[in-house]
Ligand binder design. Sequence first.
Ligand SMILES: *Cc1c(COP(=O)(O)O)cnc(C)c1O
Length: 399
Amino acid sequence: MDTTKNCFSDFETSNSWIKELFETIKKVLPKGPDIVPLYKPTIIGNEWNYIKQCLDSGWVSSVGSFVDHFEKDLAEYIGVKHVVATVNGTAALHIALKLIGVKAGDEVLMPSLTFVATANAVTYCGAQPHFVESEPVKLGIDFEKLEEYLRSNTLRKGQICINKHSGSPIKAIIVMHTFGHPVDILRASEICDQFGIALVEDAAEALGSLHNNRCCGGFGKVNAISFNGNKIITTGGGGAILTNDDELANQAKHITTTAKLSHPYFYNHDTIGYNYRMPNINAALGIGQLEQMAKVLLEKRKLAGRYVEAFAQFEGANFIDEPEGCKSNYWLNTIIIDDNKSKLLTQILEFTNNNGIMTRPIWTPMHQLPMFSEAPRMNLNVVENLAHRILNLPSSVAF
Ligand SMILES: *Cc1c(COP(=O)(O)O)cnc(C)c1O
């Protein structure tokens, strides 16, 4: 990102539109701290209690009942049959992909506009990310363009979808609900069925978001979620694998716990496993957090409502509201700046951050990162344009 300054100093701007934008954001935020963070976890319930219970029990690490309890509560909340808690969301995504059979030489479709973890998880399986275009309103995958692209660039060999150009199988598509706004998941399922591709949700940002009254994270064959400190609820660090498939759930538990065969004292392992299990102390925090979900979502919705109102009158940027038929968790509140103002992004970031309001740009698109620059991809004009026009706004509801 270009951080050179020209006509403005750190704390001032001569641009009246930027000042107006700043005032519009400020109006929404409660008066309080000198620096308004982008996101701060909301710790308002039994978190301290459960962590104390965990510490008192001595079972803080890889054994203990909080993990089972957290998995059960989460499965109930999301409405999936099985949850396997993991050390973080990236690990959950890695195992989700592995379970549906992604391996070396395969390609996995995914948006270029995502956090790097989505692409990294694909490479952990030895597979290649294959980047897909986004739509410019809610920032999810552009399924119209994707379908067209797959029709022209793939062929079917038996049950398998093959990239015509590379000859590699396209095993899966990872959809990502950007900033908590659900993608058109039914359209995604149709495309997957039509082309013989497995659906995986990277629902890291979308816990509590609903598509037609069903929770994100429950649509794909195996899905992943994250409980990092900046997510809607946190376990410190953590994630979860979600599935309705009994056999895949068993495998998920097995390979995230070093593939150890159950025995009172002998150490036997029947395959290469991973030490990806969520520690018990993190799960204790998670149980407390999950109990507060409804309250947090309500407050998030109120905050987003205030942004909607403030930006309704504002010229030059649009607030991203939830898609029709969906309920967003409004994880990160976001505006899209008009195209003719995209050159101001760096100045906006400097001015807001230097004046006590934390804002952030969207991630650098994956295909522009050095390690993924050679990866197969669609035309990504929309992504490249959007990358300079997105601003995340303070989104905490910490009480
Ligand atoms: C947070 C996040 C992840 C995974 O995060 P961890 O930090 O590994 O828990 C994956 N994908 C997306 C889109 C995310 O935002």
